[in-house]
Design a protein around this ligand. Structure first.
Ligand SMILES: NC(=O)c1ccc[n+]([C@@H]2O[C@H](COP(=O)([O-])OP(=O)(O)OC[C@H]3O[C@@H](n4cnc5c(N)ncnc54)[C@H](OP(=O)(O)O)[C@@H]3O)[C@@H](O)[C@H]2O)c1
Length: 261
């Protein structure tokens, strides 16, 4: 089986790295297409096949990952003229499965990935269309799980997923940046503060996923009475950190909904 990636920007590039990292495909089984020759040249260094001709990429592949900007999706689909022999896996935010079906005659699966594809730590969700097969779904689910962790959702939750895990890496990066700067303010060097902050976030995420305990219980285990952490938590509660993050997710989900209109 061969796969193509159409659009090699931030996500398409990261996705290509993730596909290789997951080890499901050899470099010569992946063909990447973009209109930008420089991006194609750079990604070619990973040993994947490259082209600036989207049609060539599609002809040489069985499954196509679409990673162009949402407003470019229509033009690309019109250009590709896909048939049912091809599996189209759209990675575009705010582009519904119905819309994809109107513009492409292929078997379709819609995925909301995130930028952590490249390190095979991606949180993603996917939704299926009427015309894809069980094998298509199995293929995509396995692949996404090898690049991190995926869940299946109904189409109507894709905007919420976009706001949460699609956009989420940026929120977490901001949190890490704030932790880093706080460490610096207290005298830790910038690089050491960044290492501590990033590893703390990675460790906390892994802890939640592996412990099976509620977040409240886990927080209790860090906050000993009259200890240090509880003082920090009190500040975050007063400053409404949770509310701010919830607003950010809602706002991004709303934008995704707007895009789909
Ligand atoms: N970035 C993320 O974290 C993220 C997360 C989840 C989903 N997504 C989705 O992934 C898609 C890509 O996002 P992105 O952030 O990677 O955008 P991006 O960096 O702009 O990448 C899009 C790439 O597609 C190229 N392109 C434009 N027209 C093309 C065409 N006709 N044929 C082939 N390539 C073409 C662009 O080249 P030019 O720059 O020269 O136009 C660019 O290299 C979007 O639909 C987005 O919703 C992104």
């Amino acid at each position: 089986m061969k796969v193509s990636i159409i659009g090699c920007g931030n996500l398409g590039g990261s996705f290509t790295e993730g596909l290789l990292k997951a080890g499901v495909f050899k470099p010569n089984e992946i063909i990447v297409s973009d209109i930008d020759e420089k991006k194609i040249e750079d990604i070619g260094e990973l040993g994947v096949q490259t082209t600036t001709d989207n049609r060539e990429a599609v002809e040489k592949s069985d499954a196509i990952f679409l990673a162009v900007k949402p407003d470019t999706v229509v033009n690309v689909l019109d250009e590709l003229k896909l048939s049912e022999e091809k599996l189209l896996i759209s990675l575009a935010a705010g582009v519904s499965t119905d819309f994809l079906q109107e513009h492409a005659n292929a078997r379709i699966i819609r995925v909301m990935p995130n930028i952590c594809a490249g390190t095979a730590e991606m949180a993603s969700a996917y939704t299926t269309a009427e015309n894809n097969t069980e094998e298509d779904e199995e293929f995509v689910e396995n692949l996404l799980n090898q690049m991190g962790h995926t869940i299946k959702v109904n189409e109507d939750l894709m905007d919420a997923v976009t706001g949460l895990s699609g956009s989420g890496p940026a929120y977490v990066l901001l949190v890490i940046d704030a932790l880093k700067e706080a460490g610096e303010d207290l005298g830790i060097s910038e690089d050491k503060a960044l290492e501590l902050a990033a590893q703390t976030v990675k460790g906390a995420g892994g802890w939640i996923l592996s412990s099976g305990e509620s977040i409240e219980k886990l927080i209790d285990r860090v906050c000993s009475p009259k200890g240090t952490t509880i003082e920090g938590i009190k500040v975050l509660e007063t400053e409404k950190l949770k509310e701010s993050l919830k607003k950010a997710v809602r706002s991004a989900a709303e934008r995704s909904k707007e895009l789909s209109k």
